[in-house]
Design a protein around this ligand. Structure first.
Ligand SMILES: Nc1ncnc2c1ncn2[C@@H]1O[C@H](COP(=O)(O)OP(=O)(O)O)[C@@H](O)[C@H]1O
Ligand SMILES: [Mg+2]
Length: 302
């Protein structure tokens, strides 16, 4: 598996405080990698080190297999990024702002129009940026990340501060990017549901520690499948299941039995034979949100 981003023991300390600890990120080529964690987890600090905006206290960053600290210019040409609070020239138009980036990268002018088209700002290209909404500014930031010979895009919380419609718009845009451009994409967020809909891979960070890294499916596989039951009379049903020697939990009027202990059909048959009224019986997976919260709200080990 070809890795576009690989960090080895990446660490950042601010005085005595360790913001990022011994991180080994692995981002495979042409995937969307969701970098998840609650506020203050160390996402932006990590991203700044990936982009060589700040220096690590320890460890190394390899982009496209090359050490960023040695091949900075070569590498960063191929990397488009949107970091927190991007700055624009408010008195310049969208086009003029992108023109600045274009000149630095010494690339063709038509790249600007192409990028504006992708982020749906063509109509606004001659409007001064100071009149833009936050969502439009974010889209301009993404356009800026797109122009040039990009092979990797790194977007730090691109939907932060947007309203739900803006979030959806940016998400749809982001999902379309790898298809349009054939790039690898790392996108950070503190909201799992946002990432869940687009990422192939996820890395979950908390207190500077990487708690999980793998495919979304692998993350989902961490769940216990449970059997969800609605039946009456509930307390008697619960007691009966308990007497069968099974673990059973009552949550908001529904019973949950851990699967693996008994087959779904077998349990169904037992309840019906006993004369209980079973109105619902199904296998339910713990939601990804539940797993994420368990991981990120667990005991602190900073
Ligand atoms: N320049 C800095 N000096 C001191 N502490 C910092 C600095 N930058 C970030 N931190 C701290 O490092 C931790 C991680 O921050 P950050 O990487 O911004 O988290 P995230 O992007 O996941 O919300 C936070 O506790 C933050 O206060
Ligand atoms: Mg951040």
């Amino acid at each position: 598996m070809e890795l576009v981003i690989e960090t080895k023991g990446l660490t950042k300390k601010f005085r005595k405080f360790t913001a990022v600890k011994d991180l080994n990120l692995k981002v495979p080529r042409k995937t969307i990698y969701g970098f998840l964690g609650p506020n203050g987890a160390g996402k932006s600090t990590t991203i700044r080190m990936l982009l060589d905006l700040i220096k690590p206290t320890g460890g190394e960053v390899y982009l496209f297999g090359k050490d960023i600290s040695r091949y900075r210019m070569d590498i960063l040409r191929k990397v488009g990024s949107l970091v927190e609070a991007p700055s624009y020239y408010g008195n310049l138009t969208a086009y003029e702002n992108l023109e600045i980036t274009r000149r630095i990268l010494k690339i063709d002018k038509k790249e600007i129009d192409k990028a504006l088209e992708i982020v749906n700002l063509s109509k606004w290209k001659n409007v001064k940026v100071k009149s833009f909404s936050l969502g439009m500014k974010q889209r301009l930031g993404i356009a800026q990340a797109l122009i040039g010979p990009r092979e990797l895009l790194i977007l730090d919380e691109p939907t932060n501060g947007l309203d739900p419609a803006g979030v959806r718009e940016i998400r749809d845009l982001i999902i379309s990017l790898p298809r349009i451009m054939g790039v690898t994409l790392l996108i950070s967020s503190h909201i799992l549901s946002e990432i869940e809909q687009m990422a192939d891979y996820v890395g979950i960070i908390r207190n500077g520690n990487l708690l999980f890294q793998g495919t979304l499916d692998e993350l989902k596989a961490r769940t216990n499948t449970q059997i969800l039951i609605k039946a009456t009379p509930l307390d008697k049903v619960q007691e009966f299941i308990r007497q069968m020697g099974l673990g059973v939990e009552n949550r908001e009027g529904k019973l949950y039995v851990s699967k693996g202990e008994i087959g779904t059909e077998e349990l169904n048959r037992a309840l019906v034979l006993k004369g209980f009224g079973v109105s619902h019986l199904s296998e339910s997976e713990k939601s990804l949100e539940e797993i994420f919260l368990e991981l990120t709200e667990g005991k602190s080990n900073a």
